[in-house]
Design a protein around this ligand. Structure first.
Ligand SMILES: NC(=O)c1ccc[n+]([C@@H]2O[C@H](COP(=O)([O-])OP(=O)(O)OC[C@H]3O[C@@H](n4cnc5c(N)ncnc54)[C@H](O)[C@@H]3O)[C@@H](O)[C@H]2O)c1
Length: 358
């Protein structure tokens, strides 16, 4: 049975979801809603979708069973709660909201209405990062004790809403994916977080352009993220590019994780397109680590290996059509948001923040 779908917020991400829905066997009619009428006309021509500039009309349509909230961050809470109260299943893009209190209200609304709410942490669908999760679940890494993420992203354009404090800070907007991954891999909750940020280099952002954040987990594991928006990006054709030729423009130029467990280690690199695994063993002289797996992929498969919004979109529509719950609960996603806002608090107040999971 096909179900109709609405896209609330028809910018870049909304258009991406529309394209994915074309591959979805359960998706029927697609309706796009936005506050920008000219953008709706553009989408109608480009993708032959129905459009509406009237939110109440969209939410009152009983044939629309699921909505994708792909608008700017400041509108996520109001749209999510309105859609849940109208009885729609909701996928809301990360970050859930611009404050923790708003994110909590959204989860409470989902639980109160017994509605479906999944947050757009699509890295849990990525072939790259699910490979690491599989290795962990198979016991190949032992207990994960350390993770390190180095991420150098592209710089926001001057007119981007992401530059403004009203979008929330950089951490929820840009880094929530990366703390969500480490929570997923480590399988424990965070007890303490410490963030330090240097003065901004990008002069026109109201938000921070760097973060150095360390999380201590209840089970003893430690994860660290070093983020730079201010470390110059290389672009396609740049003679200094030390990476492969088809760089993923728009998302940056370095994104590497090191994941260390008690029995082995792994490394993922988005821009060099590799996933490596080492296995530890004991010898009379010392512990040794053997390189046992080295996987790579073609640039044409970047989407499913990295930001796999394609499979996430199809999975969500299938779940709603079949009456299944979200892959990951909204309350679980709220835990990730809690870590994002704790990282901001730590940077603001220049002290570590306890999450109360001692
Ligand atoms: N998961 C990911 O990897 C990923 C990638 C990109 C963007 N995103 C998220 O998707 C969302 C949209 O990002 P984008 O890059 O498409 O931004 P964008 O600026 O291209 O599009 C945002 C759209 O939202 C519309 N909008 C603003 N307020 C609205 C409201 N109240 N009702 C309806 N529409 C409204 C704007 O008119 C615009 O068309 C953001 O939350 C962003 O964080 C997630």
């Amino acid at each position: 049975m096909k179900i109709n779908v609405a896209i609330l917020g028809a910018g870049g991400m909304g258009e991406t979801v529309i394209k994915h829905l074309r591959d979805c066997p359960q998706a029927g009619r697609i309706v796009a809603y936005d506050i920008r009428k000219e953008r709706l006309e553009e989408l109608k021509k480009l993708h032959n979708v129905d459009v509406s500039a009237d939110l109440n009309q969209v939410l009152a349509d009983p044939t629309i069973r699921v909505v994708f909230i792909t608008s700017s961050n400041d509108s996520h809470k109001a749209l999510t709660i309105a859609a849940l109260e109208a009885g729609k299943a909701v996928m809301c893009e990360k970050p859930m909201a611009t404050t923790l209190a708003d994110a909590e209200e959204m989860v409470n609304a989902a639980e109160h209405t017994k509605g479906f709410l999944q947050i757009g942490f699509e890295l849990r669908y990525s072939k790259l990062y699910t490979k690491v999760k599989d290795w962990i679940d198979e016991g190949l890494l032992g207990q994960v004790v350390n993770t390190h993420c180095l991420y150098c992203s592209s710089v926001y354009t001057k007119d981007a809403w992401r530059n403004k404090l009203s979008a929330g800070d950089t951490f929820p907007e840009r880094l929530s994916h990366y703390v969500d991954l480490t929570r997923w891999w480590i399988g424990s909750e965070v007890s303490e977080v410490y963030s330090a940020c240097s003065p901004n280099v990008v002069p026109y952002t109201e938000v921070r352009d760097n973060y150095h954040t360390t999380y201590r987990f209840k089970n003893g594991a430690v994860s660290h993220i070093s983020y730079y928006m201010n470390y110059p990006a290389m672009f396609r054709g740049d003679p200094l590019a030390d990476s492969v030729t088809d760089l993923q423009l728009g998302d940056g130029h370095k994104l590497r994780y090191i994941i260390v467990g008690t029995k082995g280690a792994a490394e993922t690199d988005v821009f060099y397109r590799h996933i490596k695994r080492w296995q530890f063993s004991d010898t009379p002289e010392r512990m040794v680590s053997d390189w046992v797996e080295n996987l790579t992929w073609n640039y044409k498969e970047d989407q499913i290996h990295y930001h796999n919004t394609h499979d996430q979109t199809l999975d969500i529509v299938r779940r709603v059509a079949e009456g299944l719950p979200p892959k990951t609960s909204a309350r679980d996603a709220l835990q990730t948001m809690r870590l994002c806002f704790a990282a901001i608090e730590s940077a603001d107040e220049k002290r570590s923040v306890s999450l109360g999971n001692q």
